[in-house]
Design a binder for this molecule. Structure first.
Ligand SMILES: Cc1cc2nc3c(=O)[nH]c(=O)nc-3n(C[C@H](O)[C@H](O)[C@H](O)COP(=O)(O)O)c2cc1C
Length: 185
């Protein structure tokens, strides 16, 4: 069974990740979810726990006695790592080599294909530093997905909307079917 780690960060699009986790689990993948502190303001870990059938990782310093893995193992054993939705913050942290929470630390360990599905306000998405960070990730082989144009949760119209969850799920499955742990874009 292939292992997928799903990182969830603090954007309003968090609720769409529930469908992705649900579908991947139904399709026979072992799914482990890591939520940032901010993501937990939007969706409760319990929802992802039920959908994935696994405990959700929420804190770097949780006691590990109920785990059969550590953040290192989770990163190492992943066949694919996806961050959805990916905030401007996590994109910036990864691009800068920052590992200050469970998600940013675990993704640093991963050598598998890494998919980043950004979602944010148009001005944030078009911010030159965010765009530079995206290009930096792409230049290192990260699969940074585009965004959809449309009406955002904040009422603005433009780029930055998360791609439809079905498209993200299919993208993930396409990569896994190619069976290349070090696949580049
Ligand atoms: C209601 C609300 C919605 C937000 N939506 C987004 C978003 O879609 N994308 C984004 O990059 N940040 C968004 N933020 C800001 C992030 O939550 C903030 O930058 C946070 O530090 C991200 O932390 P994380 O990357 O560790 O999850 C939102 C904040 C609030 C209060």
């Amino acid at each position: 069974m292939k292992n997928i780690v799903v990182g969830v960060t603090g954007g309003i699009a968090c609720y769409k990740t529930i469908e992705i986790v649900n579908q991947l689990k139904k399709d026979g993948y072992n799914v482990n979810v890591i939520m940032t502190q901010s993501a937990q303001e939007f969706v409760r870990p319990l929802t992802f726990q039920v959908m994935s059938g696994n405990l959700v990782v929420t804190d770097m310093y949780d006691p590990v006695d109920h785990w059969d893995t550590t953040h290192i193992d989770l990163g190492k054993n992943a066949d694919l790592f996806v961050i959805v939705p990916a905030t401007a913050n996590i994109i910036g942290k990864i691009a800068s080599g920052i590992a200050d929470d469970m998600l940013s630390t675990t993704v640093m360990v991963a050598t598998c294909p890494i998919v980043i599905a950004p979602a944010m306000n148009t001005a944030m998405y078009e911010n030159p530093f965010v765009q530079e960070n995206i290009k930096k990730l792409e230049s290192h082989g990260y699969h940074v997905l585009g965004t959809k144009e449309g009406m955002l949760a904040c009422g603005d119209l433009g780029k930055g909307k998360l791609l439809p969850w079905e498209d993200i799920t299919n993208y993930i499955k396409d990569i896994l079917e190619k069976d290349d742990k070090h696949l580049k874009i």
